[in-house]
Design a protein around this ligand. Structure first.
Ligand SMILES: Cc1cc2nc3c(=O)[nH]c(=O)nc-3n(C[C@H](O)[C@H](O)[C@H](O)COP(=O)(O)O)c2cc1C
Length: 196
């Protein structure tokens, strides 16, 4: 069974991201074809990237980097729950992504965005970033509107149709996540690179 990390992309006091991630996790937990775990960036307390060597070299000097790397390496696929800040994803999520390399490679990703326009511009930027990290990003995404899927822009009240999008998105994510796990396992057996 593949493992999926649901990453909360905001650490802001009073953030909406935590409720969004818990809603996704509750829906996902009804499935029996994968295991799901919320990953809260607040728990990892990463500073601004402070590793001297590029992450692609795979030599992490700091304990906080190794703890983050171990967590991300433990998953086969990810759901990025991202706010939209100034038409992009959050700085804290971009920084957390930048810390690592091999741990992301040859995995699958899906996106849940929220904001005035459903977080779609944040997700478009994340899709570009995923390409550089050899992450396969699925087409279906969930786009929550601050105006219609939250009360007073603060209390999550998602419209019913979003649950269908979550199901379709997770179906795609688990299919690609499983296929890429097979690929990594094959490469690992051959001792090839990219099998982390
Ligand atoms: C610094 C900042 C910039 C923002 N920029 C945008 C934006 O460009 N587009 C948008 O739709 N919402 C924008 N918003 C609104 C956020 O998407 C909204 O506050 C959301 O709840 C933030 O996620 P969080 O509560 O999980 O931190 C911005 C909010 C902040 C704090």
């Amino acid at each position: 069974m593949i493992k999926v990390g649901i990453i909360i992309g905001s650490t802001r006091p009073g953030r909406n991201g935590e409720a969004v991630a818990r809603w996704i996790h509750d829906l996902a937990a009804e499935r029996d074809d994968a295991s799901f775990e919320i990953v809260d960036l607040k728990d990892f307390r990463l500073p601004h990237l402070d590793e001297a060597l590029p992450p692609a070299m795979g030599h992490y000097a700091h304990a906080h980097t190794r703890a983050w790397a171990d967590k991300i390496a433990s998953f086969d696929a990810y759901v990025f729950v991202t706010p939209e800040y100034n038409h992009s994803t959050s700085g804290v999520l971009k920084n957390a992504i930048d810390f690592l390399y091999a741990e992301w490679n040859n995995k699958a990703a899906a996106f849940v965005g929220y904001g005035s326009a459903g977080g779609v511009r944040a997700v478009e930027h994340l899709r570009l970033i995923m390409g550089e990290l050899h992450v396969a990003d699925v087409r279906t995404q969930v786009a929550l509107s601050l105006a219609t899927d939250f009360e007073n822009f603060q209390v999550l009240t998602p419209a019913a149709h979003h649950a269908d999008a979550v199901t379709a998105m997770l179906d795609e994510l688990l299919a690609w996540g499983g296929a890429l796990k097979t690929l990594r396992d094959t490469w690992r057996a051959r001792g090839a690179a990219g099998a982390a």
